[in-house]
Design a binder for this molecule. Structure first.
Ligand code: SF4
Length: 442
């Protein structure tokens, strides 16, 4: 979500006449788009803003703006803590940036806009403005969340749930396709409840409309709340040819007691039923999830239930986070907090268990032929030189696994290998986080 918002901010700045710099030290204007979902991200944001003080002393005309979730949450407190900041804008105020910057440039000392609005300011153009050579792009289909999981700041910093109109979404996707994008990921805090409040179409209907766009090659979505994963949506994986066979379905805990305390509104049994149905209808589907360890009151037996769940599901990938108190959310006042040491112990234990399953799932693909959407050069291949014997590429399978492969430079097949092309790769090796293979033409 922040990447998408940052692209919007960059588009506005470019249209105001600003250009990108290679380093922030040489900038005339610095905007930090912040995230407060985890304690670490917030700490990093404040530490970076702190470093800007030195730069501002050297360059008094430098304009500094803070946006995103931390700005929405802290509001004027940022001015008190960091008086050299010129403006603060909340998660709903991105489209007001031209006015805010104008006010600062015409002499206003401190400008702030953290108001929530009940409508979405539509701008379908900005996403394709900067998407040259991108194989894949995010498209936000809704904003905010009203699920109020007890540990989460999103409803407080992103506001109430609101969905974009399908025609605006399709227009944005068509512009992205015109600029060469091949894969679209529909984005929202809980895409499964898309359109419900506004009585627009359902999420499976929206997926079907996007799937019908001829020039799009692949379609993904994130994030899904398990309670809203409907039978129709599960069937979409079978029916829609462009919908990739991967779903990220955050479980958060394997204990019903903890899920209740988290206000997740589903049980482990509901979740497992949905996993079984997904696998029955779409046997190749890859499933990833999120887990929070060390939620207040998580006993050893709750934690063991989470281990059992991981062993039962055998996720393709798992993101594990240690619980941290976020400001003003209900769980911050819960008793029975765990020590950092114990949270880390549990976190590492889950990562160790999961590693085995990730490797197992990746190993199954060895010797298979995968359709890989090339995303660009691999990490090892920073640039392409004519003297290179091989060019190393990186891409993704439909099941969202990273595949690295190399192609002989200057071979007659070179034209087949470029960002945005889908190529056939025979998988030869499986690692914990990626696969390696050879292009089939060879
Ligand atoms: S559904 Fe996701 S975004 Fe919404 S409150 Fe729960 S964790 Fe936060």
């Amino acid at each position: 979500m922040n990447v998408y918002d940052s692209d919007h901010i960059a588009y506005i700045l470019l249209s105001l006449g600003y250009n990108k710099t290679d380093s922030y030290e040489s900038a005339d204007l610095i905007i930090l788009n912040t995230c407060s979902i985890r304690e670490k991200a917030e700490e990093k944001a404040f530490s970076f803003i702190g470093r800007l003080n030195k730069l501002k002393k050297k360059k008094p005309d430098l304009i500094i703006g803070i946006g995103g979730c931390v700005a929405q949450q802290e509001k004027e407190k940022i001015f008190t803590r960091m008086p050299y900041v010129n403006f603060i804008f909340g998660t709903h105020a991105i489209s007001h940036l031209p006015d805010i910057i104008k006010e600062v440039k015409t002499g206003a000392k401190k400008v702030i806009n953290t108001k929530f609005t009940s409508n979405i300011h539509e701008n379908s153009n900005f996403n394709s403005f900067n998407s040259k050579q991108a194989a894949s792009k995010f498209v936000t289909i809704m904003r905010g969340c009203e699920n109020y999981c007890t540990y989460c700041v999103v409803p407080y910093v992103r506001g109430k749930e609101i969905s974009r109109r399908p025609d605006a979404i399709l227009k944005e996707i068509n512009l992205l396709i015109d600029s060469g994008v091949k894969e679209i990921t529909l984005l929202g805090q809980n895409v499964n409840s898309y359109g419900k409040k506004e009585n627009l179409c359902s999420f499976p209907q929206l997926l079907s409309m996007v799937n019908d766009l001829h020039r799009i090659k692949r379609l993904r979505f994130t994030t899904s709340h398990p309670k809203d994963l409907t039978d129709n949506l599960i069937t979409s994986f079978k029916d829609l040819d462009k919908l990739c066979n991967h779903i990220h379905l955050p479980i958060q805990s394997g204990s019903n007691k903890i899920l209740k305390k988290m206000n997740r509104k589903y049980t482990v049994e509901n979740y497992l039923n949905k996993i079984d149905t997904l696998r029955k209808r779409c046997p190749d589907i890859a499933i990833s999830s999120d887990i929070i360890v060390g939620f207040p009151g998580e006993s050893i037996s709750d934690f063991n239930e989470t281990i059992s769940l991981i062993k039962r599901v055998e996720f393709d990938g798992l993101f594990v986070f240690g619980y941290s108190d976020r400001q003003n959310v209900p769980s911050s006042s819960f008793s029975d907090k765990l020590s950092e040491k114990e949270k880390n112990r549990r976190l590492n234990a889950l990562l160790d268990i999961q590693e085995k399953y990730t490797k197992k799932k990746n190993s199954v693909l060895v010797n298979s032929v995968q359709h890989v959407l090339i995303e660009g050069f691999s990490k090892k291949q920073k640039t392409k030189k004519t003297s290179d014997k091989f060019i190393q590429w990186s891409g993704r399978t439909s099941s969202n696994k990273i595949v690295n492969f190399k192609v002989e430079n200057n071979s007659k097949f070179n034209d087949c290998y470029k960002t945005g092309n889908i190529v056939e790769i025979k998988i030869e090796k499986a690692f914990s986080n990626s696969l390696a293979g050879i292009p089939l033409h060879e």
